[in-house]
Ligand binder design. Structure first.
Ligand code: SAH
Ligand code: SF4
Length: 362
């Protein structure tokens, strides 16, 4: 193995935040299938095991609706996509799903949907949160950009975590994958506002975007630290047949998107030892065992879908979404088996809060 890489890995494993942007870019750009890449995954997995053991935290994912005011060029449920039936779960349905999660021993849920900014929607989510709160679950919201006031109201109503990916830390690349009126600066300000409101803050990016470089991705990892993120959710960008963003002709970019997503997870684990890092569902879209690979590259959170199967087709952000026809019970059994096969255990009945969040409070 190349000595330079061995040195970087040794430094990274010893101490959190030891690497600089150049080191991170070298890790992200390692050749798929190389000895160096295998060593990167192994080092990141050792750090993951040192921090949280051979254990994975679970969040039951509730896809609460596909109505969205935004028009992100990569996304299958963007406002301009008219070839889609729109749905919004009612409060009773969301509460029932949260109960189902509790019944499975999932001590946390994520409520995710398209972005809606209105008083009616803010009040609706508040009501849902108040009704869920007796279940004593960890509740993560992923409902897009909102005013700080709205974030505060939802926090007071019982949400403790919020996921808002920056998508890319490069304002120029962000502008290329969004239409006019979508502001990188506002998104960044929203993430900062979530921190001020006292949430466990989650962010992340898509990997393998057209024109994205290893240096961009290295800066993304440094951005996670600088914005004060406690949780990271990253995955490969995957094209959607009805979305305008397509793979560039002949452009291979950083190569195989699955391997790239895994190298990003590993490099992030080596930089932020105590963050919660999710193995995104998009990994599973590329390989059946994509999430397990994510865990073996340093992730410690998995978010199995618990939404009713009849809605899943209408919530396709990208082509190839897995488990469209598998109900929550099947997903649970499958996940149990898959994690057991790699010697990992699901942390049932534990919320699995971010250690980085706890450390930031001390
Ligand atoms: N509307 C909210 C939450 C739902 S979208 C929001 O945008 O924050 C959640 C995430 O899905 C986005 O942050 C984006 O990173 C991801 N996503 C959307 N389209 C995707 C695609 N084509 N490939 C991979 N990830 C995608
Ligand atoms: Fe809407 Fe989120 Fe899709 Fe953008 S990524 S179009 S905000 S659902």
């Amino acid at each position: 193995m190349e000595k330079g890489i061995a040195d970087i890995l040794a430094r990274a494993e010893e101490r959190s935040e030891a690497l600089d942007e150049r080191d991170l870019a070298r890790l992200v750009a390692l050749a798929p299938g190389s000895d160096e890449e295998a060593a990167l995954f192994a080092a990141a997995y050792r750090v993951k095991c040192r921090m949280v053991g051979r254990r994975v935290s679970i969040r039951g994912l509730i896809e609460a609706g596909n109505v969205c005011a935004k028009d992100c060029l990569y996304c299958g449920i963007r406002r301009s996509n008219t070839r889609l039936e729109r749905y919004s779960l009612g409060a009773d349905e969301i509460v029932a799903l949260a109960r189902r999660a509790k019944g499975f021993g999932y001590a946390s849920v994520v409520i995710q949907s398209g972005e809606i900014e209105s008083e009616a929607h803010t009040a609706f989510i508040e009501d849902v949160l108040r009704r869920i709160s007796p279940l004593d679950l960890g509740v993560t919201l992923s409902l897009g950009e909102q005013s700080e006031q709205t974030y505060r109201r939802w926090k007071e109503a019982g949400a403790s975590r919020y996921l808002l990916r920056i998508e890319t830390s490069s304002p120029a690349l962000y502008a290329r994958i969004h239409p006019a009126g979508h502001s990188w600066r506002r998104r960044r300000d929203c993430i900062a506002a979530l921190g001020r409101c006292g949430y466990q803050v989650g962010t992340g990016v898509m990997c393998g975007l057209p024109g994205q470089t290893a240096e961009d991705l290295a800066r993304d990892i440094v951005f996670y630290r600088d914005i004060g993120a406690h949780m990271i959710g990253m995955g490969p960008w995957l094209p959607h047949h009805d979305a305008p963003l397509k793979r560039e002709e002949g452009g291979k970019g950083l190569g195989d998107p699955l391997a790239l997503g895994l190298r990003m997870i590993a490099a992030t684990r080596l930089f932020l030892h105590d963050a919660n890092i999710a193995a995104a569902t998009a990994l599973q879209a590329l390989a059946q065992d994509g999430r397990e690979k994510g865990v073996l590259a340093g992730a410690n959170v998995i978010m199995p879908n618990i939404t009713d199967t009849r809605y899943r087709r209408a919530y396709q952000l990208y082509d190839g979404k897995p488990c469209l026809g598998e109900n929550a019970e099947l997903c649970r059994q499958c996940l149990d088996r898959r994690l057991e096969a790699i010697g990992e255990k699901i942390l049932y009945n534990e919320r699995g809060d971010s250690l980085r969040f706890a450390a930031s409070r001390n």
